[in-house]
Design a protein around this ligand. Sequence first.
Ligand SMILES: [Zn+2]
Length: 168
Amino acid sequence: MNLDLDRYFLELALDEAENALMENTYPIGAVIVDEDNNIISKGRNQVHPHQDATAHAEIIAIRNGGQAILQGKASRQKFTIYTSLEPCPMCTGAILFANMKKVVWLLNDDIGFGGYRKIKEANLFDARFDEVEMVEEPNEDLKRRQQELMRKWSTNPNHIVQLRKDLK
Ligand SMILES: [Zn+2]
C-alpha cells in the first residue's frame, strides 16, 4: 500500500518533470504530501524560464508549501517530498529545514550535482538526517522514464553544452 502511494506521488513528480522539459529547463519535478497523503504543493524546475539558478523543483515545491510547512512545525506534522532526481546540495539543505520526515527520489544523480547521499554519508548534521527516511530509486520503470527525460534534456537548446556551442 505504502509503496503504491509512493509510486503514485512519484508519477505526479514525473509529470511535473515532463512539464519542465516542455518549458526548456531541467526535467525535474517534486511533490510534497502530508501525513494523511494530502498533496501540499508541487514544483518543477524553473531555472531557465525564470532565469533563476536557485529555482530547483524541490525549492519551488517547498516555497509553494510555505504556510502548511511552517504550521506543521508548530503542530508537529511532518511531510514527505517526492522528487524525480536525487536532490542537489542546495535542495538537501532546504529539505533539512523544511520539516520532512521522508524523501523519495526516482533516479540517483552520480554524474550531476546529486548531493543528498554525499552529505548524509559525510556524517554532517547527523541528528537532522536521522529524522529523514531516504528512499532512492524505488521503481525501475519510473526511473527509466526519468533517465529518458535526462537524455532528452542533454540535447535541449538550453542545456549548458548546447549553450556553449552557441557561443562559439
Ligand atoms: Zn536542487
